[in-house]
Design a binder for this molecule. Structure first.
Ligand SMILES: [Zn+2]
Length: 213
């Protein structure tokens, strides 16, 4: 549990990363307002492992109490995170997130990222883009969360992980029709009240470079 508590809090001051308390129910809208099925990747060079229906849901959280599907047009930017831990097993990470009390006393509904890239640079889809997950305080309704396993305050990301991240960012930007300038490191979301070192000093320069196109 220690790992979960130290994730994304920065190096010294333990500032909560993603606290949304009490969780604010999103405005309801009917499924007919959604914009149809999410785009399917047409590029096959890097496989995206879809885990959205394979991760155990938090039995203590009624998903519909806290989340309603959003229209994809509501998504304004992508947020890059590091996990600040070395948990390389997605099911173990999921258990920590749904059992932890860091963000909410009953735990997260699921892994709070939309995509998670493991140490082998394998991209895993954890949530649908239409789900508002709890990855960046106050910015969740308008953003997509992408996390790399590791603590990039302390270590450099692998070339393979960066390749997967770059591929995923390009895929998402293309599907969501957003420019490269709409990719941020979690640490940049200060205007939303986020205070964190995430995604770490060794990963953040990649985000800046990516944004330059
Ligand atoms: Zn973060």
């Amino acid at each position: 549990m220690l790992a979960a508590f130290t994730r994304d809090f920065g190096s010294t001051v333990p500032l909560p990363r993603d606290i949304i308390f009490p969780p604010q129910p999103a405005p309801k809208f009917t499924p007919s307002e959604a914009e149809g099925p999410e785009p399917v990747s047409t590029i096959s060079t890097i496989e995206i492992k879809d885990m959205t229906n394979k991760l155990r849901k938090n039995p203590r959280v009624k998903w519909s109490d806290f989340n309603q599907p959003r229209q994809l047009s509501k998504i304004k930017f992508l947020v890059v995170h590091h996990t600040a831990d070395n948990i390389n097993d997605i099911h173990r990470l999921n258990e920590i997130e749904i059992n932890g009390t860091r963000i909410y006393k009953y735990g997260c509904p699921t892994i709070p990222y939309h995509y998670w890239i493991n140490e082998d640079a394998q991209i895993h889809k954890c949530n649908n883009l239409s789900d508002i997950t709890w990855h960046a305080k106050n910015a969740n309704p308008v953003s997509v969360g992408i996390a790399l396993v590791g603590n990039y305050e302390k270590q450099k990301p692998s070339a393979a992980a960066l390749k997967s991240l770059e591929f995923l960012l390009n895929e998402l930007l293309g599907n969501l029709k957003l420019p490269v300038t709409k990719v941020f490191g979690h640490r940049e979301l200060t205007m939303y009240g986020n205070s964190t070192a995430c995604p770490g000093r060794f990963l953040f320069p990649f985000v800046q470079e990516f944004r330059r196109g």
